[in-house]
Design a protein around this ligand. Sequence first.
Ligand code: AMP
Ligand code: MG
Length: 397
Amino acid sequence: MRSVEEALDAILADVRLTGVETVSLDRCAGRVPATFTFAAAGHVPPFDNSAMDGFAVRSADAPGRLRVMGEVAAGSAEQWHVGSGEAVRIMTGAPMPPGADAVVPIEDARETGDAVEVPAVAQGTYVRKAGHDTRAGEVVELAAEPLGPAAVAVLASLGLGSVEVRRRPRVAILSTGDELRAPGAELAHGQIHDANGPSLAAAVEDAGGEATILPRVGDDAAAIEQQVRAATRQLDMLVVSGGVSVGRHDHVRDVMERIGHLDLWRIRVQPGKPLAYGTVNGLPTLGLPGNPVSALVTFELFARPLVRRMLGLSGTGRVTLPAMAADRMPKDPDRRAYLRVIVTRGSNGLEARSAGGQASSQLRPLAGANALLIVPDGEPAAEAGRTYDALLLGAIG
Ligand code: AMP
Ligand code: MG
């Protein structure tokens, strides 16, 4: 059985980046740019401008009583020249009039008739110099993550109307199991609702991919094979859940082996031991365990980094912080565990307590958890008072 790292190395060994498409700037949030560096064509801001509503003055004239010659508003192309003893009324963002070298905020000035009384002011006060955010020719390097609001604003300020982004990886989800029925359907005895279809689709979208849920299939090798074969067209990845273990009705691994190539099976991880990875017609295919918690946790550990790698991103995009176990949480000593925990701020840093039952069929503790506490293999439990890495899935309340 491989470790999490060994499995991840195998899965990420040979990943193809998705192609590039152009999107307008107002549709690019959350997308991953094809390059993270952008050369600035001009200064940002392009001209010296006022940081305040007030009066543009010559600092050498202040303090003093100055004649107000006119007004420049933001967007105005008017070019008042400020001579000695003169001032120009100015608004935030308006270009600095030639001759002026400082701005006195309106709150500090006293206007009477066509004159204004201003206090002493240092040269450059409340003047935003051209290029003070970005200089022309400067190479702007954005964080290698999906574009957030501030990054979008930077691109807009650089003058871009559109940006080249990676196509979202197309990931198909296939739930397998004779017991599964569609969400919302009436259940007969022995049947359950398919949780993995919608939950894995949500995880795909969250990772930056585009999910398609394939028609469910039962525990039937021929039906699974047919769906898997069909899926290899027009896709970047296939995620199958259920039927990957050693039961008499578990066919997914056999199908992968028969029509494709199985790179690995079984990982020393809890939850999620029976995980299969391979390729079918070159399509990366993950077989995840059917238990809904195992499916989501293994998606987090193995499929999410794969989706991100296809986008040109590294890692999981998650934050890991040390947190002290507040109570003892038993685990399988032979596997690394990812326990569902709630991390809160304690008096000595972060504390983690169990979010509920740790069985891989208990979904609600995962939904209630904001972190997975990583407890190494070789240890029988997370021990109260000891500190472990917590992989944050949500905000700390
Ligand atoms: P399997 O991996 O097929 O052995 O399934 C393990 C457990 O997960 C069984 O209790 C299944 O009923 C359950 N399971 C499998 N697939 C799903 C699914 N799509 N949604 C909810 N539970 C599932
Ligand atoms: Mg099954």
